[in-house]
Design a protein around this ligand. Sequence first.
Ligand SMILES: O=C(O)C(=O)C[C@H](O)[C@H](O)COP(=O)(O)O
Length: 210
Amino acid sequence: MADATHILRVSPVIPVVTIDDPRHAVRVARALADGGVRIIELTLRTDSALESLKLIAGEVPEILLGAGTVLAPGQADAAVDAGAQFLVSPGVTPALLGHMLTLEVPILPGVATVGEVMAVLEQGLQAMKFFPAGPAGGPAYVAAIGAPIPHVQFCPTGGISPASAPDYLRLPNVSCVGGSWLTPRNAIENGDWKLITGLAQQAAALGVSP
Ligand SMILES: O=C(O)C(=O)C[C@H](O)[C@H](O)COP(=O)(O)O
């Protein structure tokens, strides 16, 4: 099942997490889960990302674990082998999308234009990451896409904060947003797990109707 529509309904915010030291991986995941956020997009931006994926997959089963920053087919394979339950890319090429579609996990491809949305839709996917959300046009751009293409659900990511997240979440074609603000690098390095849990609690509350 390649479509990730169900993945987007797990949490109002998908934390985009970058971990340098794999010794922090399990603690970060547990801190997020303790705050009520049970999904992670772990970016493949660091040399130790696959090790962190394996650790979280093995020790924090309550987390729905995705791999982010998937730029090439080989990265997709390695991430799934390491335990990634879904894949996220900042953008897509026909080669990368075609390969990810052969894998047995949901994929959340990144798009930034209407043409890219249409190209991904042609492959049968109705859930997409809108990236970079802020610079690419923000809530107004996402809302405008919904007029001709109302059946696609987006996870806007990039430049979003707790203050701006509601502007996206109120849109009918937005299921959740993504952001790195829940796991600041200095909080990870300092072992400030309570801060991360608090940011997760704040993010989880964004999905509660006023
Ligand atoms: O690495 C990837 O795969 C990406 O798609 C980029 C990240 O999702 C954004 O860089 C997060 O943006 P911020 O929340 O503004 O930090």
